[in-house]
Design a protein around this ligand. Structure first.
Ligand SMILES: CC(C)(COP(=O)(O)OP(=O)(O)OC[C@H]1O[C@@H](n2cnc3c(N)ncnc32)[C@H](O)[C@@H]1OP(=O)(O)O)[C@@H](O)C(=O)NCCC(=O)NCCS
Length: 157
């Protein structure tokens, strides 16, 4: 896949079901399904949250949900369909939101990732993120998460 084959845009409420389905299958597997379509739709409508989607021929092949804070933005949910990975889709989704977070005045980004998810950890490492703390029992009281993050460069002229 060439980069020119996918487009990035803000999600529409009509994308909520596709995003929720991807979350259940690609992120929340083995856990209760928390990011249902109504919850994703609420994020799409929320003023302090951006939901960005990557599309190919209109189909959602990747998405990222970021909530901005006073100082720290939180990446809530993020995935790329398996057949479109390792083609830069994830990098471009995250870079889009990092720029928005900086414009919103946030100085850092934080997120949690399953400790067993080594592929995603390699991805975040390649994007300049570092492990901040281990959180035993974060998922369902039984599965460990890693909180990871990176500081954003504030450009001053
Ligand atoms: C994490 C994820 C979103 C990355 O998306 P992606 O589109 O494949 O990422 P990119 O193609 O932009 O990767 C950028 C770089 O990250 C690194 N990287 C990405 N996936 C990697 C993997 N599985 N193993 C090692 N390095 C990886 C590579 O350095 C890659 O550059 P390269 O392909 O030129 O070597 C994707 O693997 C995914 O959806 N995983 C399942 C869901 C998930 O874990 N979400 C995050 C939950 S916190």
């Amino acid at each position: 896949m060439k980069h020119s084959e996918f487009t990035l845009s803000l999600a529409k409420v009509g994308d909520a079901q596709a995003i929720a389905n991807m979350s259940r299958e690609l992120i929340e597997y083995g856990l209760p399904w928390r990011w249902t379509a109504p919850r994703v739709a609420a994020s799409i409508r929320a003023p302090q949250t951006n939901v960005v989607v990557a599309r190919i021929d209109g189909r959602v092949v990747g998405f990222a949900i970021m909530k901005y804070g006073e100082r720290v933005a939180h990446l809530n949910l993020f995935a790329v369909a398996p057949e479109y990975r390792r083609a830069g889709v994830g990098r471009q989704l995250l870079q889009w939101l990092e720029k928005c977070a900086a414009v919103a005045g946030n100085v850092a980004i934080a997120l949690e990732v399953r400790a067993t998810n080594s592929g995603a950890q390699r991805f975040y490492e390649s994007m300049g993120y570092q492990i901040l703390v281990r959180l035993p029992g974060y998922y369902q009281g039984s599965e460990t998460a890693l909180r990871i993050g990176r500081r954003l460069k504030i450009e001053r002229k």
